[in-house]
Design a protein around this ligand. Sequence first.
Ligand code: AHR
Length: 499
Amino acid sequence: LNATLTIDPAFRVAPVNRRTFGSFVEHMGRCVYTGIFEPDHPTADEDGFRKDVLELTRELGVSLVRYPGGNFVSGYRWEDGVGPVDQRPRRLDPAWHSIETNEFGLGEFARWARKAGVEPMMAVNLGTRGVQEAIDLLEYANHPGGTRWSRLRHEHGSPEPYGIALWCLGNELDGPWQIGHKTAREYGRLAAETARAMRMIDGDLELVACGSSGSGMPTFGSWEAEVLDEAFDLVDHISCHAYYQEFDGDLSSFLASAVDMDRFIAAVTATADHVAAKRGSRKRIGVSFDEWNVWYQSRHRETGNPTDWEVAPRIIEDEYNVADAVVVGNLLISLLRNTDRVAVACQAQLANVIAPIRSEPGGDAWRQTTFHPFALTSRLASGEVLQVRNSSPSVRTARFGEVDVVDAVATHDDDAGTLTLFVVNRSTEDDLRVTVDLRGLAAHEVAEAWTVHDADVRATNTEQQPDRVTPHPTADVQLTAGTLAATLPAVSWTAIRLT
Ligand code: AHR
């Protein structure tokens, strides 16, 4: 197969937004406990943070981390997680049928985030709680001192405010599984009033209203419209959540998951712009794609919550294969392509729970296959995002109709003199020869080129074989007179940096 791509400086979307490379740490399963935090682990530092997982987090290139949930936050009392650890209560976590020990809370998260070099993104509980608890938390986290909650933070050993700028107003409250599930009107009112009060304390906060927990929700579209009818003036962003998986061996549809992500973003921004139009407003609501990933949810539904009120049980520890990594790389291509509207994106989650980083209690930490396209995209995307004109064969998929076999995006950094192409071959059978017209963009040599691919698309990384799947130098890539050519194997993701 052959495909022709065109990259032109005129195809500019917007500057690369570092917040595209966010992740998510929820009190769920082993993401916190024995994931990022394990005081007894041989690599634990003075705060109980696993240094091996911290190092992998930095290598992954994560820019921001959302915390503490997820479904967990909708039943969470943040006060349980601050102050002397031996006085913190053990609680039932109804969301994940687990015991929450509260050994890790806001102060630990803020310290961990500083060590990891990531921006914290905090969620407030709008499931069982409301305006008062949200502004108490904000006062504890961000107010310099001299008040009840800020003084308490001082007493707890953190005189410096945490300075958290980005806040989620609850989580997935459209979902009937959510503790404190609400109608769009109920939630929209609560989100608006919580936002109003939070802004009275700090007018510079960035606030995210809950959108739909998936584009397949029966209320999708009307939920966003009704919530924004109530909260438009008081919020900056609306959330999107999307998880993809291969159903019944339909690899072609699975490989085209990014088509769905593009459509999802288009539908949500159109809905937000419709609300803006009704109000005669030029304000543009951003998308906070604060949960996205591959997740074999059907397996999870079959097995249910395998836990009987355990501490840090093993929940949804999906083991990712090569096809999953190609899809993750393609979802990042979609997020970059939509960078003019995607203000924040968080891959869910960071460690153990549907995560790029796996760790065993007392044992090793390793990179899943999905780690690699994320780390490379985060490292190589810089400057301006450029759309790529695509003239490639198409393939029929059962779920998404006719889709391009190739999908690509580029970034161009004038100052650094780099042009980087991110590209996938979604064909399940054929290698693909791509020819890229660079339209006068200066490029002298191929500085680096990496491909994630394996003859066995089901190959995974495990504790025993942690580097079974890694990126390899792209086998066949040439740059001649303004044209880049490369051969992309079937089911592969590639990044090529030109200088
Ligand atoms: O990331 C796992 C769960 O998926 C989150 O807790 C929830 O928000 C979503 O349904």
